[in-house]
Design a binder for this molecule. Structure first.
Ligand SMILES: Nc1ncnc2c1ncn2[C@@H]1O[C@H](COP(=O)(O)OP(=O)(O)OP(=O)(O)O)[C@@H](O)[C@H]1O
Ligand SMILES: [Mg+2]
Length: 246
């Protein structure tokens, strides 16, 4: 397969909430790009709820993203803030006596971006999650000057959350490339069935993909299976083109 052309520095993966499938979607996109010959870099600037194993502070999200992109998960630039408490990052950071510094994140991002063709950055929770003082995830997106992709749940409530997220992003000057609905059930109920059309028509943002629920022993298997499915889906080309890969 020919090597794809890259016309953007990267994408910031945000979501309508925590647990909506941001890491899964980011890892799948990283895998799709890698399979197209792109040197993809990944970053999870802030993780809360990290565990300490063998003297290393582990971000599960950064581990999966690094595996998917073929990067070294031990590189501190990939995940500069690994916080233990599974709560809002500004609170988890202050519990450890630290303050999340956007300058440090920006420097780490710039070093990674200089080494890779395209960067995939996963946020934490949604746009309004507090990171430091009055600064939130939306401010971090602005600081990194990246366009965003919004990951949404498929079930009841998602239309409201997704439209609110896209609306807020636009108000804050964030360019939203599109929405991806993740973990879409094989047999959708009425809410899931109507969500794609409603999101596409009400969010003012294109619906760029539906990532189906895939079974797997662990998240790596799910990523591999999903990437295989998406590689042969014609909609994937449009999604990748919209984020700057053609
Ligand atoms: N398409 C899918 N198929 C199967 N499982 C999925 C899919 N999308 C998401 N999941 C599962 O849903 C859960 C949440 O996904 P994920 O960890 O990617 O969410 P997140 O938004 O990154 O969460 P966090 O806010 O903690 O970073 C995980 O267990 C993940 O494996
Ligand atoms: Mg995640």
């Amino acid at each position: 397969m020919r090597r794809a052309a890259v016309s953007s520095r990267g994408i910031f993966i945000t979501g309508t909430d925590t647990g909506v499938g941001k890491t899964l979607a980011a890892a799948v996109i990283a895998r799709l790009l890698r399979n197209r010959g792109i040197d993809v870099g990944i970053m999870k600037p802030v993780t809360s709820g990290c565990s300490d194993i063998d003297g290393r502070r582990l971000s599960d999200d950064a581990e999966l993203l690094a595996w998917s992109a073929g990067c070294d998960p031990a590189d501190t630039d990939i995940a500069p803030y690994r916080l233990a408490a599974p709560i809002a990052p500004s609170v988890a950071a202050s519990m450890e006596g630290i303050r999340i510094d956007f300058g440090r994140i920006r420097d780490a991002f710039d070093r990674l971006a200089a080494r890779h063709d395209f960067m995939i950055v996963e946020g934490v929770g949604g746009l309004m999650v507090p990171l430091a003082g009055g600064l939130m995830v939306a401010d971090l997106i602005g600081c990194l000057a990246l366009p965003a992709l919004v990951i949404a749940r498929p079930d009841l409530g998602t239309v409201n959350h997704t439209v609110l997220t896209c609306y807020a992003a636009k108000q804050l000057g964030i360019q939203v490339k599109g929405v991806i609905i993740s973990n879409y059930p094989e047999t959708p109920d009425r809410a899931a069935e109507s969500a794609p059309h409603l999101i596409g028509s009400l969010s003012g943002t294109p619906l760029l993909g539906i990532f189906h629920h895939v079974e797997g022993e662990d998240r790596r298997v799910v990523v591999e299976r999903l990437a295989e499915m998406l590689a042969v889906d014609p909609a994937t080309r449009i999604m990748l083109r919209e984020i700057g890969i053609s």
